[in-house]
Design a protein around this ligand. Structure first.
Ligand code: CO
Ligand code: CO
Ligand code: CO
Length: 318
């Protein structure tokens, strides 16, 4: 991507340069559109839940920017040889989840593909200037995370039949949850910066924020919420390839406390699907944010803070 020419346009309010996952294009004084696309192969056995998770994940980038998703198109890869009922169930899961979000799926495109894939191209709306990006975090801000981490480890273990059913179900339920209510709380209280936690893991997406905001961050491992069963699975070596790759890239910008184990490092870098929002909140608004999240039944965990630095880095303490 870095070798491609960067499109610029006076109406393009957010493009690729801030490392945000969605683009924002201003149409009028009052309206800008947000566009994002996401799709991936099945991560769970149940086609209906896979459809729900794929849609929750695809809409997440719009919520993370403070926008409202309104319209979407299906992107589907599916083997012609496979039972069509499976695809029907995937799409039904997607439609139901989009319906919950008040998003209209107005068609899409399917190609023959040996490995199934599903996701959405999403259009959202926002008032120009109201967008929340990676680049607004301020030293002193508190970092609040709205979903536990470990879904990459759990789903990979699930494919290898190593994860107990209850552990998989716990992660599936949370991955299928929209980030709409977390975003609603974020907009009500106000934040300096936000990103959603997906394929680059907690550390990778926080790195997007510290880079974009030209600050550093400190995370407390003991305060990071983790799905039940993940530590057990880690000891069985179930971290996916993406998580190992994330850790490799993280070494360049992360300062690990001596007490942090290799398993813990992998966990902090675990590639997430449909993860939570990471909010950078002014210290005097933390109480109000916790209340706003709780009122909506959304988890909010204070996991660290933004610190001043001329060079972006992430410090992990026990
Ligand atoms: Co995305
Ligand atoms: Co994102
Ligand atoms: Co077509």
């Amino acid at each position: 991507m870095s070798q491609l020419p960067k499109h610029t346009h006076p109406n393009l309010l957010v493009g690729v340069e801030t490392g945000d996952d969605a683009a924002i294009y201003q149409l009028t004084d009052d309206v800008a559109i947000i566009q994002t696309v996401d799709f991936f192969p099945p991560i769970v056995d149940d086609p209906y839940m896979y459809g729900q998770i794929a849609v929750a994940n695809s809409l997440s980038d719009v919520y993370a920017m403070g926008g409202k998703p309104i319209l979407a198109l299906n992107i589907v890869g599916f083997p012609v040889t496979l039972d069509k009922q499976i695809l029907t169930d995937v799409l039904r899961g997607g439609y139901d989840k989009a319906g919950e979000a008040n998003v209209v799926i107005a068609g899409g495109h399917t190609v023959d593909d040996p490995e199934p894939k599903y996701g959405l191209a999403v259009t959202g709306v926002i008032k120009p200037g109201d967008q929340i990006t990676n680049s607004g975090a301020i030293p002193g801000d508190v970092l609040i995370l709205t979903k536990p981490i470990g879904t990459g480890i759990i789903t990979t273990a699930g494919k290898a039949k190593l994860a107990p059913e209850s552990v998989i179900n716990g992660a599936v339920r949370v991955m299928a949850e929209l980030n709409d209510k977390a975003a609603e709380a974020m907009l009500e209280v106000g934040v300096h910066s936000c990103t959603d936690i997906t394929g680059f893991g907690l550390i990778g997406h926080l790195n997007g924020m510290t880079n974009g905001s030209k600050v550093a961050a400190r995370l407390r491992l003991s305060d990071v919420p983790v799905f039940d069963g993940v530590w057990d699975l880690l000891s069985q070596d179930t971290a996916p390839g993406g998580t190992h790759r994330n850790l490799k890239s993280a070494l360049a910008f992360t300062r690990w406390d001596d007490s942090i184990s290799e398993d813990a490092k992998l966990l902090m870098c675990d590639a997430q699907t449909s993860g939570g929002l990471l909010l950078s909140v002014a210290p005097d608004k933390v109480g109000a944010m916790m209340n706003a999240l709780e009122a909506r039944g959304v988890m909010g965990k204070n996991i660290g803070e933004i610190i001043e630095s001329t060079e972006p880095y992430i410090e992990i303490v026990a």
